[in-house]
Write a protein that binds this ligand. Structure first.
Ligand code: FAD
Ligand code: NAP
Length: 304
């Protein structure tokens, strides 16, 4: 019987593992990917992580894991498919049907970006295709970019990119943005933003980097090309919480409803990082959540 099982080896899970070892909890981190690190592994330059300004995602993830290993954290490769609440303990079930008993669980399974699923998207990811303007925008200084989407994230991304790019297109599939009025008015007022309503992206073009987009006007059916150096896809995120449905309270989009302390609607199950309903999804906030969750889990374990 473990004291604590941490599901997910991204920044939230790895931070939790460091705090758990410091708290002398018998802990295991379960990660489904061959390498721990989570979404951080997807960026070639990490922004905004305090004290480490010049590092790529792979090396930051490596540092996180080494820190946890130095303290003696235990790691297991596997995908969790279910958690069963046995009241005084939890049973964590892996895809291969292995079962792990634990007093408490921290779920830190993150989110994944919704994909357009069009030609060129996967092939050119990291070579002009990005899902994070705050992270990668600075690579497109004085270049032409496009943002796909019509929600708050897309509008905020376009505003952010307009400050550094020569020109920014917003490509939205409908004739009205979903995003808030204040952001709608803002993008409409910025001179180097061109809005293409009723337009869908059919293909991302380019050999070794993004060179352009094939677009279609949904009203006329007419297709046309635009030249861009980068495309930011901002069509929403999907939290990796499918296996938690019916177990803990989620919002309509699947995010776990939990405050900063990570306490969920079910005793003994805590939520950390991007899966939590919160305003800012970044490495530093995920790491902070991991720490807070261990503090809550420790108090829970002492109580039972
Ligand atoms: P994640 O990083 O998503 O980690 C979750 C982990 O859980 C994953 O490793 C996943 O494989 C694992 N997992 C999921 N389901 C299961 C399961 N059922 N069983 C076992 N394991 C599971 N933030 C910044 O602060 N600065 C940046 O520069 C920056 N750049 C970014 C660039 C890109 C391209 C992306 C995509 C994100 C970037 N971010 C950046 C955001 C940052 O990466 C996330 O906020 C952060 O990684 C969230 O951490 P997390 O631990 O909550 O989740
Ligand atoms: P979102 O609000 O769900 O918007 C996603 C956008 O992408 C929508 O405009 C949607 O079009 C479009 N879209 C979805 N699938 C698509 C597809 N396959 N092809 C083309 N377009 C597609 O997601 P979000 O912008 O990531 O925001 C997430 C949440 O965070 C929202 O609740 C948002 O309000 C909130 N948020 C708030 C702020 C703020 O308050 N300042 C800032 C950022 C985020 P349709 O409109 O046609 O559905």
């Amino acid at each position: 019987m473990y004291d604590l099982v941490i599901i997910g080896g991204g920044p939230a899970g790895l931070s939790a593992s460091v705090y758990a070892k410091r708290a002398m909890l018998n802990t295991v981190v379960i990660e489904k990917q061959p390498i721990n690190g989570g979404q951080v592994l997807n960026t070639y330059e990490v922004d905004n992580y305090l004290g480490i300004p010049d590092i790529d995602g792979f090396n930051l993830a490596k540092k996180f894991k080494e820190h946890a290993e130095k303290l003696g954290a235990e790691f297991l490769k596997g995908e969790v498919k279910e958690i069963i609440d046995k009241n005084d303990f939890k049973e964590v079930i892996l895809k291969n049907d292995d079962k792990i008993d634990t007093k408490a669980v921290i779920v830190a399974t993150g989110t994944f970006y919704r994909k357009l699923n069009i030609d060129g998207e996967k092939r050119l990811r990291g070579m002009g295709v990005s899902y994070c303007a705050t992270c990668d925008g600075s690579f497109f200084r004085n270049k032409i970019t496009a943002v796909v989407g019509g929600g708050d994230v897309a509008l905020e991304d376009a505003v952010f990119l307009s400050r550094m790019c020569e020109k920014v297109y917003i490509i939205h599939r409908r004739d009205k943005f979903r995003g808030t009025k204040i952001l709608r008015e803002k993008v409409e007022s910025i001179k180097n933003i061109e809005i293409l309503y009723n337009t869908v992206t059919e293909e991302i073009k380019g050999e070794n980097e993004v060179e352009g987009l094939l677009l279609k006007n949904v009203n006329t059916g007419k297709t046309f090309d635009i030249s861009v150096n980068g495309v930011f896809i901002a069509i929403g995120t999907i939290p990796d919480t499918g296996f938690l449905k019916g177990l803990i309270e989620l919002d309509d989009n699947g995010y776990v409803i939990a405050e900063e302390d990570g306490i969920t609607s079910r005793e003994g199950i805590f939520a950390a990082g991007d899966i939590r309903l919160k305003a800012l999804r970044q490495i530093i906030t995920a790491a902070s959540d991991g720490a807070n969750c261990v503090y809550s889990a420790e108090k829970y374990i002492e109580k039972i």
